[in-house]
Design a protein around this ligand. Structure first.
Ligand SMILES: [Zn+2]
Length: 133
């Protein structure tokens, strides 16, 4: 495989698990591309995935998300998963603090499945700006 001549291996793909809400797509992708200097963001979208991942009774939905994450990690060699929630989510009536709790719980679960991968938690606020939480 050809090596890039400049410094470390570029991390070409990262993985983002975020809501299907059209308002969060661009802010999250732009944030991750800029922060990690990657070419692409694999996007796994659900209606409020942080709510799904934080509730063990959603076994089937969780499995579908995990399968998609596995493809991104194994085929695109992503070394980072971002899990996020956002302001004014139609699929999640919880307030900011409660959603952030769900995100952290989801992160913990993902970490058990993928201990070799970094996982970061993001909040898309009322200005559609990204906060690392
Ligand atoms: Zn949403």
């Amino acid at each position: 495989m050809a090596r890039h001549s400049h410094g470390m291996d570029p991390m070409t793909f990262v993985t983002s698990v975020h809501c299907m809400d059209g308002r969060v797509q661009e802010p999250i992708i732009t944030f991750l591309r800029d922060r990690y200097n990657v070419s692409y963001v694999d996007c796994i979208t659900e209606v409020s995935p942080c709510r799904i991942l934080s509730d063990e009774s959603n076994e089937k939905s969780i499995k579908l998300i995990l399968n998609k994450i596995a493809i991104s990690l194994h085929h695109h060699h992503s070394k980072l998963i971002a899990l996020s929630g956002h302001h004014d989510c139609a699929g999640n009536q919880s307030d900011r603090a409660q959603q952030i709790e769900q995100i952290h719980k989801g992160k913990h679960m993902l970490n058990e499945h993928y201990p070799e991968v970094d996982i970061i938690c993001l909040w898309v606020n009322q200005d559609w700006h990204i906060e690392v939480v």
